[in-house]
Design a protein around this ligand. Structure first.
Ligand SMILES: [Zn+2]
Ligand SMILES: [Zn+2]
Length: 369
């Protein structure tokens, strides 16, 4: 939700700098966590402090009036390094995404949805793959190829675990039922207990001549190249589901699915927040002073921005529709350009003379005042 700094301070949008300062002082006294007895004082104090930080700064306030808190979204990006897999909290990402709490299972052993009947068909486990894509690939879409290792049905025994006709025999311990029944005479009468047969593990059959290719597992590890289409506009946390690319099922059961989790590598110049793009553009003193047209890099090429004479550092321009096209709505985000004034560090002799000349001129101006 967009922040409303004015209502946070309880002033109206055309409040003077003095009124803003007064409002902040009054509220700060009321909510300062060291003295306040109000509930949520600390939270409230943070809110009013943030509002004051922006509204007390002429440049920040002007940006805020024009673009809302977009200006503030420029900051806080500097420390963004992307995710490393170990510290990534999947529960945040998939918390209420219809995935339930299954994610931890997915990364461990894989999960099987239906309780399997011994000896009956069982669905194969789902597998998960992390896929890193570049900033551009996420924005424009791409087809990615990578290799996965998953269980497939053994080609020699076709999952039967034996390739010989007489390689499978009815389990003698349970007579093919998969369960063992035992009866006990107790004080209350005869109690019978049914347990899964220990010899055939409920299968009802035992393999006497295991398939030589898969060692009687019925499946084999296969490395396979898969190709995944990355839709344009996706971001870190997006998950693709590939039906039937997981592990093979048992006894004719369905093959599991593969989930591809997308991680987007950060870009050197662009920062992205949902569909909006942020970029900082350096501007020289003469350019900022005299104004003119500058060329700004966008995700689809370049755009021309007219910089008015007397542009200050920190000024933000919006390039409407130059952001990322949302893959669900088809609407484009915007690009925000923040001007950073560059102070020259090395001057040529000529430049130095000109700056000195300028300084003299400034001095005269000062005296005339
Ligand atoms: Zn086999
Ligand atoms: Zn048995």
């Amino acid at each position: 939700m967009a922040k409303d700094y004015y209502s946070d301070l309880g002033v109206n949008r055309n409040a003077s700098a003095e009124e803003i300062k007064e409002a902040y002082k009054r509220l700060a006294k009321q909510y300062h966590p060291d003295v306040s007895r109000e509930k949520d004082a600390e939270e409230k104090f943070k809110t009013i402090s943030e509002a004051y930080k922006v509204l007390s700064d002429t440049q920040k306030r002007a940006n805020y009036d024009q673009f809302g808190d977009a200006a503030e979204r420029f900051s806080g990006f500097s420390g963004f390094e992307g995710f490393t897999h170990s510290e990534f909290d999947f529960s945040d990402l998939f918390g209420d995404n219809g995935f339930g709490g299954a994610f931890s299972d997915l990364f461990g052993q894989g999960f099987t949805r239906a309780q399997q009947r011994p000896g009956g068909p069982a669905r194969g486990a789902d597998i998960a793959v992390n896929l890193e894509v570049s900033f551009e690939e996420a924005v424009h879409g791409a087809t990615k190829e990578f290799t996965i290792e998953h269980d497939t049905t053994c080609t020699k025994c076709r999952g039967e675990r034996t390739a010989e006709k007489d390689g499978k025999q009815k389990c003698a311990a349970c007579n093919g039922s998969g369960v063992q029944e035992s009866t006990r005479q107790t004080f209350f009468g005869v109690i019978s207990t049914r347990t899964t047969c220990g010899k055939c593990r409920g299968e009802g059959t035992v393999i006497t001549k295991p398939c030589q290719k898969c060692g009687g597992r019925g499946k084999e590890k296969t490395r396979e190249k898969v190709s995944v289409k990355i839709p344009a506009g996706i971001d870190t946390g997006y998950r693709l589901r590939l039906h039937g690319q997981g592990n093979a099922g048992k006894n004719g059961g369905q093959t599991g699915d593969m989930y591809v989790l997308v991680f987007v590598k950060p870009h050197e110049e662009f920062k992205r927040d949902h569909d909006d793009i942020f970029i900082e553009v350096p501007l020289s003193f003469p350019q900022a002073t005299l104004g003119g047209k500058i060329e700004v890099q966008t995700i689809s090429g370049t755009a021309k921005v007219t910089v008015p004479a007397g542009t200050q550092t920190g000024t933000i321009f919006r390039l409407r529709g130059e952001g990322v096209k949302n893959f669900r709505t088809g609407k484009n985000g915007d690009q925000y350009v923040k001007i950073i004034l560059k102070t020259p560090e090395k001057l040529s002799k000529k430049q130095k003379e000109l700056f000195e000349e300028l300084a003299k001129e400034e001095g005269k101006k000062g005296k005339n005042k």
